[in-house]
Design a binder for this molecule. Structure first.
Ligand SMILES: [Cu+2]
Length: 145
């Protein structure tokens, strides 16, 4: 009986599915890990209000995927204007429509989520482009390490 099993194992037809399964597992495992990382980006929350960003200093790592959770806490409109930062990032395809001319426009009490990956290290200015808002303090800085 054991002899039969050994002969079975040595049969190339019986070995091939095992080799195929091992190759499949080797190929599939890294992909599964990447998918798990992609499914859970790190959340970075930024609150907009009259007239500031909180936090005003945002530090990110290049190559890491984030979910930028923007919340407009005030009743009036603001925007998250950072054209150089957005140009230096890969934005998830489904979220690109939320950014126009480097800015995310936000109505009062609105929340917007954008999934992106900063691709280049650098320091990028952040401001609100509404009339006089930046001169009243609505400025920030995004540092990508
Ligand atoms: Cu504003």
């Amino acid at each position: 009986m054991l002899d039969g099993a050994v002969r079975h194992w040595r049969n190339p037809l019986m070995r091939r599915p095992i080799a195929a399964l091992a190759a499949l597992l080797a190929a599939y495992t890294p992909m599964a890990t990447l998918a798990a990382q992609g499914a859970q980006p790190q959340v970075v929350s930024v609150e907009l209000s009259s007239f500031k960003f909180a936090p005003a200093e945002i530090t990110l790592r290049h190559g890491q995927t984030y979910r930028l959770h923007l919340v407009n806490a005030s009743g009036g409109g603001h925007d998250f204007t950072a054209p150089e930062f957005f140009a230096a990032s890969s934005v998830a395809a489904g979220d690109r429509g939320l950014i126009a001319d480097g800015k995310v426009r936000m109505a009062g009490k609105q929340a917007i989520d954008i999934t992106l990956t900063p691709e280049k290290a650098g320091t990028f200015p952040l401001r609100c482009s509404h009339f006089l808002h930046s001169s009243m303090g609505m400025n920030g800085r995004i540092t990508v390490q």
